[in-house]
Design a protein. Structure first.
Length: 156
């Protein structure tokens, strides 16, 4: 005859508590990773959106630069920007990438918590045809979320 093991001893209370404790530690670790992942994804999405908005604004200015007899300063005022600052200085040693005038414009972007800042610098050494354009997208805490920069030579 075959002897069957009929051990009916179950888990002890201590074994159950230890297993629940281990499972809890593992689950809380994963919850922390999920929360951090959500924060990272949200930040990356904001940066992508801000970069896209900066690119759209730069393309608008590029389109202006390809048209004849366009004054960038008056055109950007019509696009909803408000001039917030102007700086003038003299060109030093006629360096081509130095600037003599700087115009700063700001506009709140509709349906968002960002504002667009356009900095236009008239470059020295190229008569009045060249400008350095910097576009910054700034969040509600005044942090720059995206920035694009380009130099344009305007048609006459």
């Amino acid at each position: 005859m075959v002897k069957i093991n009929t051990n009916e001893d179950g888990f002890t209370l201590i074994e159950i508590i230890v297993s629940i404790l281990l499972i809890s530690i593992i689950l809380f670790s994963f919850f922390g990773l999920l929360v951090q992942s959500k924060k990272t994804n949200s930040s990356a999405e904001d940066t992508n959106d801000a970069t896209y908005l900066a690119q759209i604004e730069m393309e608008k200015i590029y389109n202006l630069s390809t048209q004849n007899n366009i004054n960038l300063i008056s055109s950007i005022n019509l696009d909803g920007y408000i001039q917030t600052d102007t700086t003038s200085k003299s060109c030093s040693n006629n360096e081509k990438l130095d600037f003599d005038k700087e115009y700063i414009y700001e506009r709140i972007i509709e349906n968002s918590h960002w504002k667009s800042v356009v900095i236009i610098r008239k470059l020295c050494g190229y008569a009045d045809r060249s400008t350095n354009v910097i576009i910054q997208i700034i969040d509600s805490k005044n942090n720059v979320k995206a920035m694009v920069e380009n130099v344009y030579f305007w048609k006459k």
